[in-house]
Design a protein. Structure first.
Length: 202
C-alpha cells in the first residue's frame, strides 16, 4: 500500500464551497495523511524538519489548493521555498524525494473552455501548472497530471459531491497502486481515469 501525503493550503477555508467538500471525501484510513498548512502554521513559521520527515514517510505527495492568480496561496509557495532545500531535495546530493510521485489537486473559477489557447485565459491548465512540473522534475519526482475541479462558481452541490466521490476513488486507487503509470501520464487530468461514481453505484 502506498502512503499518500496531502499538503493542503487554503487561507479562507470557511468561505470555500469545493475544498470543504473535497476534504470531507478524503478517506479516513491509515496511509493517507492530511497536512493543513494554514491550520498548522497560522504565523507562517514552517517547521522545515517536520515537513521534510513527512515527505520522507510518504510515497505520493498531493499539493491541494485553489488556483490563485495562476498559482497557489502564499503559504504553499513559502513551504516550497523553505522545505525543498538545496542539497536535500535537489542539487548536489539532493535526492531525498527521488522516485516519489506528486500532483496538484486544484480548483478554479474558470471553466475547462476558458483554459485553452483560444479561450479566455489564452493558456492551458498544463501550462499554468508548469512551475510545479519543473519543481517536481528538479527534485527527481514524477509529476502527474492534476485532479482539477473547474468552473467552481457555477457548480451545484450534487456536482461538487460527484467530484468528491471521484477524488476519494482516486486516492484509494493510488494507495492500492491500481492505476497504470502510462495511463496517468497520458491523461490531461486524473479525473479522466476515474469512472463516474454514479455508474459505480448503479
Amino acid at each position: 500500500m502506498r502512503k499518500i501525503l496531502i499538503i493542503f493550503a487554503h487561507p479562507v477555508l470557511e468561505k470555500s464551497r469545493v475544498h470543504k467538500r473535497l476534504l470531507h471525501y478524503i478517506p479516513q484510513q491509515d496511509g493517507i495523511t492530511l497536512n493543513d498548512l494554514y491550520e498548522n502554521y497560522p504565523d507562517f513559521d514552517i517547521d522545515v524538519k517536520r515537513e521534510q520527515q513527512l515527505l520522507l514517510a510518504h510515497d505520493i505527495i498531493v499539493w491541494q489548493h485553489p488556483l490563485y492568480w495562476y498559482s497557489a496561496p502564499a503559504l504553499l509557495k513559502q513551504w516550497q521555498d523553505l522545505v525543498l532545500e538545496h542539497g536535500w531535495a535537489y542539487g548536489k546530493n539532493g535526492y531525498a524525494l527521488k522516485g516519489k510521485k506528486v500532483f496538484n489537486v486544484i480548483t478554479s473559477g474558470g471553466s475547462i473552455q476558458a483554459y485553452q489557447r483560444e479561450g479566455y485565459q489564452h493558456c492551458t491548465i498544463t501550462e499554468v501548472l508548469r512551475p510545479y512540473e519543473r519543481t517536481a522534475e528538479l527534485c527527481h519526482m514524477t509529476y502527474l497530471p492534476p485532479f482539477w475541479v473547474s468552473g467552481t462558481h457555477k457548480l451545484e452541490l450534487l456536482q461538487i459531491n460527484e467530484y468528491g466521490h471521484k477524488y476519494s476513488q482516486l486516492l484509494q486507487r493510488l494507495q492500492q497502486d491500481s492505476l497504470n503509470d502510462e495511463d496517468m501520464m497520458q491523461a490531461s487530468c486524473l479525473n479522466d481515469l476515474i469512472e463516474n461514481s454514479q455508474n459505480n453505484l448503479a
